[in-house]
Design a protein around this ligand. Structure first.
Ligand SMILES: [Zn+2]
Length: 212
């Protein structure tokens, strides 16, 4: 009961606006893609491009599917646990879209948390949480903090740390062309923020796989 209340309160404050605006218009996207093809001087009616607008529309619908999902659905605690040591889930693959260029950024998300009262969440649920926020128009910084804050507010662990390393194709395919350049962002909440030793331990486990 208490759990449900907390989830619905969270939904009401954070996600109501987004959920009201959750339709995807494939025809409209396809029209836009056709204009891009024309705009670059290509012929949208030549054979190889004829179905491209629809294909791209489907792709963008899939890459923004997280806008039409409720992230709180993934934070269902597994009860009956005594575990109160740090949990780290490494190398969750993420693919997102940079909101400045609509270009993909891809990388790895690492999530660490310290459970309270034995409340833990399944590994696959953490991956789904990351995916729900990744599949939107994003900034890597915001993606990192949305994953961390949602886990922190809904699971109520003692601390949460999220680290994302990603390659932004808007950076590596154009402009400065720094192929392979990684952007690293982190969000640190609760106990990890207060205790530098725990934070260092989590960071070491994430980056090297070994405790300090
Ligand atoms: Zn960009």
């Amino acid at each position: 009961m208490r759990w449900q209340n907390r989830v619905s309160k969270y939904m009401a404050t954070k996600f109501l606006d987004q959920k009201q605006n959750n339709k995807v218009d494939l025809d409209l996207i396809a029209q836009g893609v056709r204009l891009i093809i024309e705009g670059i001087g290509e012929d949208p009616d030549r054979e190889g491009l004829r179905d491209t607008p629809e294909r791209v529309a489907d792709m963008y619908a899939e890459l923004t599917a997280g806008m039409r999902e409720d992230p709180s659905e993934h934070i269902v605690p597994l009860s009956g646990n005594k575990h109160d040591e740090m949990v780290i889930v490494k190398d969750i693959s993420i693919a997102s879209l940079c909101e400045h260029h609509l270009a993909p950024f891809v990388g790895k998300c690492h999530i660490a948390y310290i459970p309270k009262h034995g409340n833990i969440v399944g590994v696959s649920k953490l991956a789904r949480l990351a995916e729900t926020f990744a599949r939107r128009l994003q900034l890597q910084e915001r993606l990192t903090s949305e994953i961390a804050h949602t886990l922190f507010e809904l699971l109520e662990p003692l601390g949460v740390m999220v680290v994302i390393e990603a390659e932004h194709t808007c950076m590596t395919l154009r402009g400065v062309k720094k192929s392979g350049a990684m952007t690293v962002t982190s969000a640190v909440l609760g106990g990890f923020r207060k205790d530098p030793r725990t934070r260092a331990e989590a960071m070491a486990l994430i980056t090297t796989g070994k405790a300090t």
